[in-house]
Ligand binder design. Structure first.
Ligand code: CP3
Length: 356
């Protein structure tokens, strides 16, 4: 029955899709495009099915996860689906008392600050998120040739929510713990790497064609701190799916100075936000990595001719890299007109199917 729901009648092999090929640096029929946070509040059909259902409950309800994941694929014709969930879902699954507050983000009832708090962070057992495997299998069956991207939050970004207790601008408690008690910091991140890696592996084993590790707030760190306190744990999370051979995407915001370290953590594709041109990113990364990005999500509110020129510039700069997956530099803003996303998808396809 889900096949009838599928966005694309495309019967191709997702392992040979433009997304996977671009991630591997292979020739593509067109530059693949998807949007971070494509499945979310910018879509009226999303608001309709989410009506009255709390976010964390929606994330654990396979019928909703499957429907919401497919919505943007159906509507925009993007080259990948991203699993509908949240980075804090596996934390809630191991028993951390948290909520996703609309308009705010994840809020943790009791912030993590001391060694005793580690007791509240047991390992993630795959059967604690059996619904995630089920949703993934149903999606893979329904998506045909369109690849599904599984994802998880990286240890640093998860740690920031746990230690701060919620969204944070300066990450001051997190940095105080990192430097004040490095041993506890590393123990905390080792646990988070297990949670994160297991969450990736569950989705990958259930059929996801690629995974993305979101280290959204890593740009708050100096390069030295990233290398000493964060990169080994992100590498551990990514290594949980290394043997499966699917592309691994590693993304952060404001991480221009960290791109090579994020690549070296075990990525095939490095996400680049809008602050760094893809040509500069490619020069920093060298020939071993594909890039993903990097249209400024705020520019989707600009006149169409501005967007058109930006897309063309990004595609031209992306040619410097081993491969290019078109995306935004960060997630879709809630007030974005969905029609613009459809138009950008079509434009990327048109410009790269018929290169000048
Ligand atoms: O395309 C998709 O939307 C895929 C699913 C997805 C969500 N969150 C759904 C969501 C993904 C990939 C995420 C990742 C995520 N969650 C990140 C990393 C990506 C990034 O944007 O940097 C982070 C930092 C979070 C934590 C989080 N969860 C935030 C900051 C928020 C937004 C709070 C708000 O309302 O402004 C959430 C909630 C959330 N996650 C929503 C969605 C669709 C909105 C909840 C709702 O609709 O009620």
């Amino acid at each position: 029955t889900l096949t009838a729901d599928a966005a694309t009648p495309d019967a191709g092999d997702p392992a040979d899709s433009p997304l996977v090929r671009a991630a591997r640096g292979l020739a593509v029929p067109h530059t693949p495009v998807w949007f971070m946070r494509q499945a979310g509040r910018s879509l009226p059909e999303y608001l309709e099915v989410r009506d009255g259902v709390p976010m964390l409950e929606a994330c654990r309800t396979p019928d909703l996860v499957v429907e919401i994941t497919l919505q943007p694929v159906r509507r925009h014709g993007v080259d990948a689906a991203i699993f509908f969930s949240d980075i804090v879902v596996p934390l809630a699954a191991v028993g951390v008392d948290l909520d996703i507050v609309p308009g705010t983000g994840p809020v943790v009832a009791q912030p993590f600050r001391t060694r005793a708090d580690l007791d509240r962070l047991p390992a993630l057992a795959p059967d604690a998120v059996e619904d995630v495997a089920e949703s993934t299998r149903r999606l893979v069956a329904g998506l045909g040739g369109t690849p599904l991207i599984g994802f998880a939050g990286a240890p640093f970004t998860l740690a920031s929510y746990l230690v701060e207790g919620g969204p944070s601008r300066h990450h001051e408690h997190t940095k105080a713990l990192m430097h004040g008690d490095p041993e506890l910091w590393h123990d905390l991140c080792a646990r988070l790497a297990q949670v994160s890696g297991t969450f990736l592996r569950i989705q990958a084993e259930a059929g996801a064609s690629a995974v993305q590790l979101f280290d959204s707030w890593a740009g708050a760190l100096s390069r030295a701190d990233y290398r000493a306190f964060v990169q080994p744990h992100s590498a551990a999370a990514l290594s949980a799916v290394a043997d499966l051979g699917i592309p691994r995407i590693h993304f952060g915001v404001g991480t221009g100075e960290l791109l090579t370290d994020m690549g070296a953590a075990g990525a095939d594709v490095v996400g680049v936000d809008f602050r760094v041109s893809l040509a500069d990113a490619a020069a920093r990364l060298g020939p071993s990595y594909a890039v993903q990005g990097n249209l400024d999500p705020a520019l989707l509110f600009a006149p169409w001719d501005v967007i058109e020129a930006e897309v063309a510039r990004i595609l031209a700069e992306g040619r410097a890299a081993r491969g290019h997956v078109f995306n935004l530099g960060h997630g879709v803003l809630p007030a974005t007109d969905p029609a613009v996303l459809t138009r950008v998808t079509e434009l990327v396809h048109r410009l790269t199917e018929h290169p000048a």
